[in-house]
Design a binder for this molecule. Sequence first.
Ligand code: NAD
Length: 254
Amino acid sequence: MERLADRVAIVTGGGSGIGLATVRRFASEGARVVVADVDSSAGEAAAKEVDGIFVRTDVTSESDVAAMVGAAVDTYGRLDIAFNNAGISPPDDDSILTTGLDAWRKVQEVNLTSVYLCCKAQIPVMQKQGKGSIINTASFVARMGAATSQISYTASKGGVLAMSRELGVQFAREGIRINAISPGPVDTPLLRELFASDPERAARRMVHIPMGRFAEATEIAAAVAFLASDDSSFITASEFLVDGGISGAYVTPL
Ligand code: NAD
């Protein structure tokens, strides 16, 4: 499938996990990809793999984000797709009772302020073109509560979801579609390591997933590619949940 032939796409957090899988998926569908990441070696490797460009970007920096968008336009002449996906989930973001203000702010900056900065820089380029698709990474925790709290993370993803909806509405008549993707838990090296050392913790989560497994990053990337492509041409201000049924479940299969 070449649904993204001749399209230019930015992927933030493109060096790892969901971002990396999406870089690969976008390229396989014909897009030219700008990989943006704070981790230069991972980002450079991803860009090299798909014959794209790498721009070292801290998504919390307004000037870095401006340079990222500038690099896409300078190199390829346009910007059709933006996957604003970089995010963190640090261990010091926990229960509200123990999470300090610095830990709270750090997560808000990387997960939520970054999406504000990216959309603010990307939308004017897309307005000039009269077309574009922006996909922001939220999470299933934006709509479901967990007793195993990561309070700032959850609040930041709720913010991403609400902001994406509002931007989708505001720019709908200018040809720009803006949606959120909400992955369920994804099988990343981080998650695997955490659960290998604490099987009880893994089991406590797994029991809530009707499909009985975590997602593969490629399964999230496939949904992102759909939102990026014209196959989703009537979808905007929307949330695409890719969660293995978690949010629909009351009693899961044995
Ligand atoms: P990951 O850690 O594998 O990749 C995140 C990437 O973002 C890394 O390459 C990292 O270097 C980069 N990054 C971190 N801070 C950055 C910054 N300030 N500027 C630029 N780049 C930065 O994570 P992942 O699991 O692929 O997660 C990607 C997104 O998906 C995140 O927004 C995360 O919250 C969300 N998400 C993940 C899961 C999951 O289970 N893994 C579930 C739901 C949502």
